[in-house]
Design a binder for this molecule. Structure first.
Ligand code: AAO
Length: 510
């Protein structure tokens, strides 16, 4: 009897660790600052057909309107109420997006800003016209009043977090002066859960908990326990919302990622920092060092890790940005980093999809790191136009539509659950590895050409490299790789190649 109960309990507890992806899908894309109407279309015309598992959306709830500077992207991290009403669209548009994405098997993960409300101001300059007063801590559209904030608990004179070495301060004081919600209070927990349950009932599959480092894991657990099961129109009965918590842990602070592992998944920020440093060859680092990539590098356990190369903060120097982070601005190296991430078994992967801005460094800081998404003269977010070659127009970068990245998402789906096999390296910056008998990838990040014959572990045949091209009907638009009867194949990769890596998998066999 005992033996029977234990596995059941384990499954029940493990529920919030299941992303509930549609079978065969593995990767979330963050469509940063996109409008709901555009996301709905993107699910139907691109994400669904190309095997993306989910989309992380910008915070859907009402936020303060910031006019100085003019409509920065970060105004959405200053909530005013839990009405679904932002520059991305209203509740009707939100419902339409969730329905249409779910219908094509692309699930929606909402960015939940639940640690705080806005920082300052009063009036009705909000995305939905709800009044508020940050001075008196009044948010009548929730409603929250001064009793619902942590100021009494914070011992700091100004209420702001000053010392990241003091975990009480990190959790109970104000992050960036944002009014810190008392998530220890039942009333506050109830309001937050009510908001998220509204999204779940509409059909959302899970949440990114923003600023989790600034909330006590016990509070997050208590809130998570109040969440409904997912909507059975799309999810199996009893399915729980998937949770991934934003905790920046690069080491050396009191609050660490491992304190959050039994609430849900955790964002692994070391992933992009360390991988970026390897690909940039900083401090003598080299790709051969990636042989034991994962926990041995000090990363959190793979079965709780949200892996990503860059996010909306660190791509522009916010939230532990740093000089090693690779972004679309350095496309060649960036594609290698994302390619490595999607080929490697570690973690649940999220790819970034950005808009561009006129990055300008003054004294080491990007003075335009606040610039919001492409917008119309009236302040509304611009529609994302799709060019004839399938790239995005205006300033929308759409990394997820870059052939190499899109094809590596398909690679990851194809090799899912296969072990890492046939590792090879030259001791420097040329590496290769396989995923069982399903896929193989080779990188040349050296200043010299590469000409090697390697054991791929793949069935014999001709494969189409999905980096230099892709399989279209029966032909290959890129390099063809011949795998012999014993599984070996030769790879020639010029160090001057536009993309110095090759990836083959059984789904692109000719
Ligand atoms: C804006 C203005 C502020 C103003 C505020 C209120 O910029 O001047 O005071 O409004 O009026 C975003 C923006 C903020 C913006 C905010 C609200 O990034 O600039 O403030 O919206 O509009 C910490 C948190 C982390 C957070 C990150 C930005 O731990 O949770 O700061 N990220 C999330 C979101 C983010 C959002 C918020 C939270 C707020 O993703 O978009 O803010 O909802 C250390 C700590 C980290 C800390 C960073 C930055 O990092 O470890 O925990 O992140 O500092 O403060 C080395 C260390 C590394 C360290 C880093 C410092 O690399 O190894 O650990 O140095 O740079």
């Amino acid at each position: 009897m005992k033996l029977l109960i234990l596995p059941l309990l384990v499954t029940a507890c493990a529920a919030q660790f299941n992303a509930n992806f549609k079978e065969g899908r593995t990767t979330i894309v963050h469509l940063f600052e996109w409008r709901w109407d555009d996301i709905a279309e993107e699910c139907e015309r691109y994400l669904g057909p190309n095997g993306f598992a989910g989309v992380q959306i910008s915070p859907p709830n009402e936020n303060v309107v910031i006019t100085d500077p003019s409509r920065p992207w970060w105004e959405r991290y200053q909530p005013i109420s839990y009405k679904i009403c932002t520059r991305s669209g209203d509740e009707q548009q939100f419902r339409d997006m969730v329905t249409r994405c779910n219908n094509v098997g692309v699930f929606v993960y909402a960015d939940a800003v639940i640690n705080h409300m806005c920082g300052s101001g009063y009036g009705k300059e909000t995305t939905c016209g709800s009044p508020y007063n940050a001075e008196t801590k009044d948010f009548p559209a929730v409603p929250y009043s001064y009793r619902d904030f942590n100021d009494g608990k914070c011992k700091n004179e100004h209420g702001a977090i000053e010392n990241y070495e003091d975990e009480k301060e990190v959790r109970d004081c104000r992050l960036e002066n944002l009014l810190d919600l008392a998530t220890g209070k039942d009333y506050v927990r109830g309001k937050i859960a009510e908001y998220m349950n509204h999204l779940i009932d509409i059909g959302v599959a899970g949440f990114r908990y923003d600023a989790s480092k600034h909330m006590w894991p016990g509070d997050l657990k208590a809130i998570s326990q109040q969440l409904h099961n997912l909507n059975t129109q799309w999810f199996p009965s009893g399915a729980r919302p998937f949770i991934y918590q934003e905790v920046i842990d690069l080491g050396g602070e009191k609050v660490s990622a491992d304190q959050y592992l039994d609430v849900g998944f955790v964002t692994e920020f070391k992933y992009g920092v360390d991988l970026g440093a390897v690909i940039r060859k900083l401090e003598g680092k080299k790709m051969a060092d990636l042989k034991n990539w994962g926990e041995e590098w000090g990363l959190i356990p793979h079965y709780r890790a949200l892996a990503f190369t860059d996010n909306h903060d660190n791509q522009r120097g916010h939230g532990a940005g740093g000089s090693s982070i690779l972004t679309f601005f350095e496309a060649r190296s960036y594609k290698m980093a994302v390619g490595f991430m999607l080929a490697h078994p570690y973690g649940l992967t999220r790819v970034m999809s950005s808009y561009s801005w006129p990055r300008t460094f003054v004294d080491g800081e990007d003075i335009y790191n606040w610039i919001g998404p492409p917008m119309n003269p009236d302040g509304s977010i611009k529609h994302v136009p799709i060019n004839a070659d399938s790239t995005c127009g205006d300033d929308w970068v759409c990394e997820h539509r870059w052939r190499q990245i899109k094809n590596m998402v398909i690679f990851r789906n194809t090799v899912n659950f296969q072990p890492l096999t046939n590792w090879w390296d030259n001791g420097g910056n040329q590496i290769a590895f396989g995923r069982g008998d399903k896929g193989f990838i080779v990188f040349n990040n050296e200043e010299a050409g590469m000409d090697v014959t390697l054991n791929t572990g793949l069935p014999a045949g001709t494969y189409c490299d999905v980096i230099s091209g892709q399989k279209e009907e029966t032909r290959c638009t890129g390099i063809e790789i011949n795998v012999s009867d014993n599984g070996s194949a030769s790879f020639r990769i010029s160090n001057l190649a536009e993309d110095p890596f090759v990836a083959i998998h059984v789904g692109a066999k000719l």
